[in-house]
Design a protein around this ligand. Sequence first.
Ligand SMILES: Cc1cc2nc3c(=O)[nH]c(=O)nc-3n(C[C@H](O)[C@H](O)[C@H](O)COP(=O)(O)OP(=O)(O)OC[C@H]3O[C@@H](n4cnc5c(N)ncnc54)[C@H](O)[C@@H]3O)c2cc1C
Length: 683
Amino acid sequence: MHVYARIDIEWSAAPALIHASLAARQGWLLGAVIADRWLWADQTWQITPNHSSQRLHWQAQSITQPSLKADLLLELLDSVSSTHVRATLHVEWPKTTFKLWRYWQRRRWLHNELTNVLQHWRDAWTTQSTPSDQLAQSHPRTWQAFHTMNALDQLQRIQALDRRWQQFEHGQLPNLPYSQTDQLPKADLAVDLVYAGGGLGLIHATLMARKGLNVLVFDRHQVGCAHREWNISQAELERLVATGFISWEILERQIIMARYHDGIVRFHAAGSAVAPAELHLPEVLDIALDAGALLDYARQQFLAAGGIIWDNTSFEHVYHDPKQQQTVVAVHKADQTQLIAARLLIDAMGATSPLTLATQPFAGICPTVGTVLSGAEHDQNLGDILISIADTQADRQLIWEGFPGREHELTVYVFYYDQVGAKAKYRHSLLDLFEDYFELLPSYKQLQANAQHLRPVFGYIPARHALNKPKPLAGVLALGDASAQQSPLTFCGFGSFVRNLSRTTDLLEQALEQALLAPQQLSLISAYQSNVSMNWVFSRFMTPWGRPQDVNELQNVFAHVLNRLGYDLARRFFQDQMTWHDYNRVVLGTLAFYPRIMQVAWQVLGWRDWLRWIGDWLRFSRAAFIAQFGQQLPSWLVGRLPKPWLFQYNAAYAEWRAMGWLKSSPEHQSQALGSQPSIKQFG
Ligand SMILES: Cc1cc2nc3c(=O)[nH]c(=O)nc-3n(C[C@H](O)[C@H](O)[C@H](O)COP(=O)(O)OP(=O)(O)OC[C@H]3O[C@@H](n4cnc5c(N)ncnc54)[C@H](O)[C@@H]3O)c2cc1C
């Protein structure tokens, strides 16, 4: 009689680690060794391992009763910050007359046996890798601070995130959990849109649900749970209010933690040949938001609009039928696989989205850690946007950011810029960066005797370094950090998302209405801005290349140049509103102020990236030229365009608007973002 059992279990460790640990064991996982014999189910067994890279496989034969055989298979499916273990146990009992009740009895027994043994190993693993045991020694300051914040559980999450990044950077990309088929699996539930990831995805989903679509959001943790704080500008928040998502009244009452009057950019200048220059940018990042409160509000609004929320649900796989333009998403929820049919999957799984990592890996990275703390000396009217207080430390130029929060709280981050993969200068680890943060914080801010860390904030913020838009998979649209369209200089992913929110939601609505869902059409629904993409060159000058003072020296050069070019240009530069003229003025201004820039650029970029920069500049010039003339097309002509062209035109128009390039208002260059006319839509 052949009986089998299968269970699925989430394991908070990387597949390679689980594989190495379990494969190294003598025998297999079931039963126990007694007097050198493997005993299980009242039998003595001979075990033969037959493992391969993603699978642990043991074949067993009873020594006492050779026709009794068993086979245990563990498939290790990478689900980015944990491993999804699918275990199957087959047992071939010697031939007897088949009895249904006996079959079910054995099957239930096998199922319990398998569940108990896997839970036992997973729990044993968790105990082995508890932060208390290991991290208290390797990262004592971090451990102590997290202990005080009552956040030790977050350390495991950070370790898992670090492992993912290191695997990704070593080229161990997850298998692409995506297949195209004309025979979609039968779904348990059908909706219009399904969102994987309930961070920024939840805000987007709320607007789509309010447009009357049937929307489901799931997250491997809780939908709408924030582990960072956001600062943003008044002008960008006006954009958010203009979408109708939230009113100023609610923002003021529940979400805005603090407003401050000035933002500072300042780089260390000791030992440098260039005098220090400070930039004052009062309207660039002047509001601190309570990200948790904003996402709580989004959750309530989403439910009120009829949205469906699945917490503690992990993404597994996407099946797409290109002919029907239908998608089925497999998720893991409450120990079961559930299938959801939708027209599109919105990938909002952030920087570790398995769909993005496997298809369109990022080029730049900004590892960021910090805390919200009380008892630090700080002027509550000031925000520190970019501050460096020393030259290169351990091959990284550390940059500090600090902005006031509620009461006398302060949010402080430290971060650095780097490329990823083989080009990375540094082995990235948020845990190591936290240890530096707690050690160096007193050199950035004076801490009072009663200073207290209240909660940690951390993450890898990704970026792309090119003008080319990533090509989406059919049936999948990425947004937020999964699409990484933020500036590789400021890394303001929330700001970029908000600035482009009406653009991406309106275009998505049009695409669904008009069935314009081919990958090249989906690629138009994006927060991509051609002016932002040019910033990759500036971000390369943030990564050390020679002497310890090089980065600071060059940043002081840029600060001098921006001060000379005037506040409006500097504001546009930092708010991702830079025009073609602005860009050229910055480049020429730098050349005039610091002719050595040519030599430095050659040293930093090398000939390949020099050529790439020239190619990007030509494409940027073409984009500026098209924007200049494209927005003047008469509406009678635009209205007659065929639907796909019209969609393309609307997408371009929305991008010009997001960049502040529309001339429809004469003062558009100096106006606040939010006061510009709303998206022009034809058709
Ligand atoms: C410390 C820090 C400070 C920042 N400060 C600012 C700022 O001041 N201003 C600003 O504009 N930007 C800021 N940013 C950037 C901004 O926070 C991010 O760009 C933004 O939060 C990205 O949101 P997201 O929803 O795309 O990704 P995330 O916030 O990473 O959310 C992804 C979600 O997907 C879920 N998920 C992942 N994998 C799966 C899976 N397999 N199955 C199911 N769910 C999954 C995760 O649980 C998570 O909830 C900061 C970033 C950091 C790290």
